[in-house]
Every structure is written in C-alpha cells, then in structure tokens.
Write a protein that binds this ligand. Structure first.
Ligand code: NDP
Length: 487
C-alpha cells in the first residue's frame, strides 16, 4: 500500500496546546515545507506570558490529578493507552511529521512514529518497577533513599526527528510522575501538537502535557527560566545547549539533560567486511540527508582499503532518489531550510579553498526544494570546517590511517564526543579501540541506534550532559531524598 499523500489534504493543528485545548494567538511564525518551499501555515509564538500560562496549567494539573502520588500502575495504564493511540493514529501523525520536516513519509510511518509509541511503553514500565533503596545502617536506625518527581519538566526539541524526540522526553518524564511543557522547533510543530491531543484522548489529565510554539530566544528561554520548571530536558545544537545551561544556572540551578551535536568518526580496519562498512557508513550519512545528531560524518579507513571503500561509498551515494517527503518512493529528503542549505554550501566552499577534494556531490540538486547532493570529500585539512564543524547535511569526509594508534588519534575530536563506529573482525582490536574512542556510544560492525531503548543515548564533552533513553532517563526525571530515622 502506498503511503504517499497530498500535502494540501492535511488539517494542520494550530495554536499552543494548553490545558487540553488549542489556544490561538496572533500568527507570526510562518511554517514552510522544505520539500518544495510552499508555505504551510502561520502559527503563534508563545511569549513569557503564554509560557507562564502553560506552566501554571501543568502545575495545577499535577496537584488536581494526583499524577505524582497515584498508584504507579495507574500511570502505566494511561501511558500504554497513549502508545496504543499513537499506533492507531500512525498515518495522521506521520503525515504531520513529514510535511514540514525532512522525514520521508515511509520512515516516519514505520520508524519514527512507532519508535515514539515504543518509547512511551518502554518508560511506562519503569513507573511501577523502579524501587527506592533501603541502605545499610546500624540496627538502631533505618536509612533509605526515597525518590520523587521534579514537578513540571521543561522540554525543548530539535526539528530533525520531532516525534521521536518528543517520545524521548515525554515517556520518562510522565512515567516518573512529572508534568511536561514541551517546545518543539518552530519549523516542525504539527506532530508534537497532535501528540498532545492524543494524550488527552488517551486519558492523561488535561494540562499534564502542554505544548508551546515559538522560537528559542523567546519561548525556549522563557520556559527554561520559569521558576516553576523543576528540570530541563533539551535536544539541539551545542550553541543553544550552552545558552540553556547558563539560563538554567541563573534561574534556580536547575538540573539539565543536554543532547547536543556531534562530529562522529567511523573507523574501518582492513580486516573488516568492506561491503558492510560501506553500506552502514552511507546509510548513516544519507539517512535524513545527514541531519542526524549521530551522523558518522568522519570516515577513517586503513590505507590498504581506503580506495575500495571510497569507490563503494560513491556508488551508493549516486544511487539516491531525491524527492518530496510526502512521496513514499523518495529515498533522499530535503535539507530543512534554505538557511541550513546555505550553511552547508559555505562549509564546503571554505573547506575546498583550504585544500579539500570533492570526490562526489558538493552542490545543491538542480530541482525545486532545498536538496543538497550526497557529498564525499578527501584530503581535507584537520582544521578545515568540514573536519571540525557539525555540517548537519549529507557530507562525509574520508581520511586514511596506517596504525591503530593513528586511527585512535584521528578519531578523537577536540570538542565533540557523541558517538562512533568501528568496523573490524578482530575482537581484541575492537575491545582495545572501544576503550580509546571518546564517545557516549560505540557501534561495532553497525552504525546507528537500534530499537533497544534500554541503551541510553548521550554525548561526552560538548556533545551533551546526561542521557536520554535507558534507565538513566527515567532516573533523571526523579530527584532523591536521603532519609535517616533513629528507631
Ligand atoms: P537548535 O539548537 O537551533 O534548536 C533546538 C531547539 O532549541 C529548538 O526548539 C530551538 O528553537 C531551541 N532553542 C534555540 N535556542 C534556544 C535558547 N537559547 N534557549 C532555549 N531554547 C533554544 O538545533 P536545531 O533545531 O537546528 O537541531 C539540530 C541540532 O540538534 C544539531 O546540532 C543536532 O546534533 C542536535 N541534535 C542532537 C541530538 C542528540 O541526541 N544528541 C538529537 C537530535 C538533534 P527554534 O529552533 O524554534 O528557534
């Protein structure tokens, strides 16, 4: 069955979603489709007053509903109902996700939306299984570590996989007994708004999940600074992550989870399955047109296999079918905006001037919409932007190495440490290299997350702080209280 849809046929949700209803306002933000540049809608922008209304509604909903103090099984039941509804409404959610983003409808339907449902279910199950700890003390005392939710969590997400990121934030925060006010990217608000509608239909008390639309400097900053936000969970660029951390420090020393950018290496040794490595490497940099935080954008190949790897990657890159996100035969989506496309071009131009050789791509596609060609560069100097900066586009660099030491040194990025890939059939070498790679995740003979949500995700160094997914994400949404009783 074809998943393609007519972009004019969608009823787009408008307004902020607060207290179980849409709140309209002057429509000042224009939302466009990157697939062909058409204007989709105008939506309102939440200023500090609207953010205050959303946070107050969440706080009142927490108090009235007893969400934090109810039998945890009751939270599990509601969250499972939400996951069921997400699956039942997958077609609508996926279309709302696809239309303003770079997510092809096929991947949004069978991937992102289903992953969001899985994440809600996965975290629901922690609610009545994670226990507080009794600690060893003398017989005359009893000590234990109790945990409690923070209250209202402020969540902010990026535009690259909006519905999956909403699942990351919402699942653990709600399961742990908090309310959530979420600000999606102003470029991709629709699927998150519909998710909030579904949450109310699933039985989540109105106000426990509110969505405010707006930009980072107005809405995002007001949300982080709000005195009733107990914890901040952020996904976006390192630049914005720094601003969020400063803001959270200035306004209450709030705990922050920061999922930020990366410049991840993929290291291929000569003993690896080169065909597999080429497929994995190409898939990660072409998926979402390279607009993925974990995109393995720096390939390091052992000298004897570098040319073969290069040839295989170029063949795969030339086979893509660019097209609009609403056409399910599309294998290669657009760049989110013209601004982001210009940034990619500028990085390429500066790197070329510095000596980088463009083996394939290096320009936009000659077609309507913001499409950039899959690009492979070699011989780029270490200090050139294509080696140092997160491009967030379909741009791969290839370097060679001659020893394990050289591979480990070149793999290390001066600031980022999000993820890394390793291709080898030598188990001992893999185990040695895993220790040497400076990253929050290492994939061996594969590249990219699976649907094993038990594996936490999060970066080292400037790639972030704290974890999303896994048990860590649930625990990060509760704070502990040490109790000691003299008997
Ligand atoms: P941005 O940092 O530009 O924006 C992310 C979100 O933060 C948006 O909702 C944005 O609002 C908001 N924002 C921006 N500035 C502030 C601020 N000062 N205070 C509060 N909120 C703010 O990132 P992009 O949306 O361009 O997303 C791409 C980035 O996200 C890449 O760097 C990518 O690596 C990273 N990312 C990381 C992931 C991870 O798990 N590590 C996963 C996915 C993406 P608005 O845009 O509406 O103005």
């Amino acid at each position: 069955m074809s998943l393609s849809f007519d972009p004019d046929s969608l009823d787009l949700p408008r307004g902020h979603f607060i207290d179980g209803a849409y709140l309209q306002g002057p429509d000042v933000i224009e939302v466009f489709a990157p697939s062909d540049g058409r204007k989709l809608a105008s939506v309102p922008l939440a200023d500090a007053r609207i953010v205050d209304r959303a946070v107050a509604s969440a706080k009142t909903a927490l108090e009235r509903s007893g969400w934090a103090g109810c039998a945890p099984r009751d939270r599990v039941r509601v969250l499972h109902a939400l996951a069921d509804l997400i699956e039942a409404e997958a077609t609508t959610l996926a279309r709302l996700e696809s239309i303003s983003s770079s997510r092809p409808i096929g991947e949004a339907t069978t991937g992102d939306v289903m992953v969001a449902a899985e994440q809600i279910r996965f975290f629901a199950e922690f609610a009545d299984k994670e226990c507080d700890a009794l600690v060893p003390t003398s017989e005359a005392q009893m000590g234990f570590i109790a945990s409690e939710p923070y209250g209202v969590v402020g969540a902010i997400t990026a535009w690259n996989v909006p519905i999956a990121l909403a699942g990351w934030k919402l699942g653990p925060a709600l399961a742990a007994g908090n309310a959530v006010v979420l600000k999606p990217s102003e470029m991709t608000p629709f699927s998150t708004l519909y998710l909030a509608e579904l949450a109310v239909r699933a039985g989540l008390p109105a106000g426990l999940f509110n969505v405010v639309i707006g930009d980072g400097v107005t809405t995002g900053e007001a949300l982080v600074a709000h005195p009733d936000i107990g914890k901040v969970s952020f996904t976006g660029s390192t630049r914005a992550g720094v601003a969020v951390m400063e803001n959270a420090a200035r306004n209450g020393i709030k705990p922050v989870t920061l999922e930020l950018g990366g410049k991840s290496p993929q290291v291929v040794f000569a003993d690896a399955d080169i065909e597999l490595a080429a497929k994995c490497i190409t898939r990660t940099i072409l998926s979402n047109a390279g607009q993925g935080c974990v995109a393995g954008s720096r390939v390091l190949a052992e000298a004897s296999v570098a040319q073969e790897l290069c040839d295989r990657i170029v063949t795969l890159m030339r086979a893509v079918r660019p097209g609009p996100t609403w056409d399910d035969s599309t294998t290669f989506p657009p760049i989110i905006s013209e601004g982001q496309l210009s940034r990619i071009s500028a990085i390429l131009d500066t790197s070329r001037e510095a000596g980088a050789q463009v083996v394939c791509g290096g320009a936009r596609f000659d077609r309507k919409g913001s499409f950039y060609q899959p690009t492979l560069v070699t011989d780029a100097p270490e200090e050139s932007p294509v080696m140092r900066e997160e491009v967030f586009g379909p741009v791969l660099s290839l370097q060679s190495f001659s020893s394990e030491d050289e591979a480990a040194t070149k793999a290390r990025h001066p600031t980022y440490g999000l993820s890394s890939g390793l291709f080898t059939r030598d188990l001992s070498r893999a185990l040695r290299m895993i220790r040497r790679l400076e990253a929050g995740t290492v994939w061996v003979n594969r590249y990219g997350r699976s649907r094993d949500h038990i594996l936490p995700t999060g970066g080292w160094k400037a790639s972030g702080l704290g974890k999303d997914l896994g048990r860590e994400a649930f625990l990060a949404n509760r704070r502990t209280k040490s109790v000691l009783i003299d008997l």
